[in-house]
Design a protein around this ligand. Structure first.
Ligand SMILES: Cc1cc2nc3c(=O)[nH]c(=O)nc-3n(C[C@H](O)[C@H](O)[C@H](O)COP(=O)(O)O)c2cc1C
Length: 332
């Protein structure tokens, strides 16, 4: 699949997730074959960019290309200026967030709230596309609520405005994350536009990825929560989509090494204080994904006061897990 000048190495991409898809996690997912990995969303309001959180979000040093920066905002000129500034800082694709359901975002008519104002959507897209000479992509939900599923209209507006690719989460804003994602609207969208479309929502196995692509005719899949504690999912999905095969399971010792290397990269990126806190979330997910009885290990790992203790606990916990009798010594 191609987005502007970039030929993606695979059709399975990582979904942008605030608080999750930081630079270390994006890099990890890319090594397992995620075709693209957008940054956590950044506010278009540049007055917020000096905070440590934003500075980390805007750090792309050493990141594999193409570097995708997601922006959230509602004012066309502010978004255009933010896009230009981020391109100057190294963004190679600008992604616009019209999918986030959070009150904090929607209250200010950002994220998925924008879907209620199609004229404003058009003004935003026109302003941003003409402000930068890199591809601009868009992420949406299917509409504001089930009575107002205007995803097809928004997609047609996006194509007309020069958007290079579209990701569609198969829920309305009112659905938040409840119920199951529906793919019928994504199919309708794909049938009406020629730009690449990523289907998103509840894709958690290679089989599901295949089924969603078949059902929607989408060009690729976008995977979010199923990557939590399982960055290797992209390897399995790519093998299924590309070659129709199952990947051999990873060796448990290799999984342990991947987790420890992930911890190291988190500590290096955030430093001691934030590093130990941010690593907790990922460790919790690794425990849930891999261990039969995660409660005890979780408690130890999440209670560790500093990075040295946390790393040592993780090493012990996942080394014990890796040494389980040879017959069971395969991982995910
Ligand atoms: C913790 C979390 C944070 C998220 N942050 C963002 C975000 O910053 N920008 C965005 O467009 N979507 C965000 N999303 C939505 C995801 O990109 C994705 O659309 C959604 O999780 C559905 O995909 P999934 O079922 O594969 O997780 C977030 C989702 C989660 C769970």
């Amino acid at each position: 699949m191609r987005i502007g000048p970039y030929l993606l190495p695979s059709a399975a991409v990582l979904a942008p997730m605030a608080g999750v898809t930081d630079r270390p996690f994006r890099a990890l997912c890319r090594t397992f074959g995620a075709g693209l990995a957008a940054s956590e969303m950044i506010s278009s309001d540049s007055r917020l960019w000096h905070t440590p959180k934003s500075r980390h979000r805007m750090n792309h040093e050493g990141e594999p290309e193409p570097r995708v920066v997601q922006l959230a905002g509602a004012d066309p000129l502010t978004l255009a200026a933010a896009a230009r500034a981020n391109v100057a800082l190294g963004a190679q694709i600008i992604d616009l967030n019209m999918g986030c359901p959070a009150k904090k975002v929607c209250g200010k008519l950002c994220g998925s709230a924008l879907l209620t104002d199609e004229a404003l959507v058009a003004r935003i897209l026109e302003a941003v596309v003409s402000a930068v000479d890199v591809p601009v992509t868009l992420k949406i939900r299917t509409g504001w609520d089930r009575e107002h599923r205007n995803g097809v209209n928004i997609a047609c507006i996006a194509e007309r405005c020069g958007i290079a690719a579209l990701a569609v989460h198969g829920r309305t804003r009112a659905d938040f994350y409840a119920g199951e994602a529906e793919y019928g609207t994504i199919r309708d969208i794909k049938s009406r536009v020629r730009i690449p479309v990523f289907a998103n929502g509840d894709i958690d196995t290679p089989q599901k990825a295949r089924a969603v692509l078949d059902l929607t005719g989408a060009d690729g899949v976008m995977i979010g929560r199923a990557s939590h504690g399982a960055p290797w999912i992209f390897r399995a999905v790519n093998a299924a989509l590309r070659d129709g095969i199952e990947t051999p399971t990873l060796l448990r010792a290799d999984v342990r090494d991947i987790i420890l290397a992930h911890l190291d990269s988190v500590y290096l990126f955030y430093g001691e204080e934030s590093g130990v806190r941010i690593a907790r979330k990922h460790l919790g997910w690794y425990c849930e994904q891999l261990l039969d009885s995660p409660a005890q290990a979780r408690r130890e790992l999440l209670g560790a006061p500093d990075t040295a203790a946390q790393f040592a606990h993780a090493d012990r916990c996942f080394s014990d897990w890796a040494e389980v009798a040879a017959t069971a010594a395969s991982g995910p």
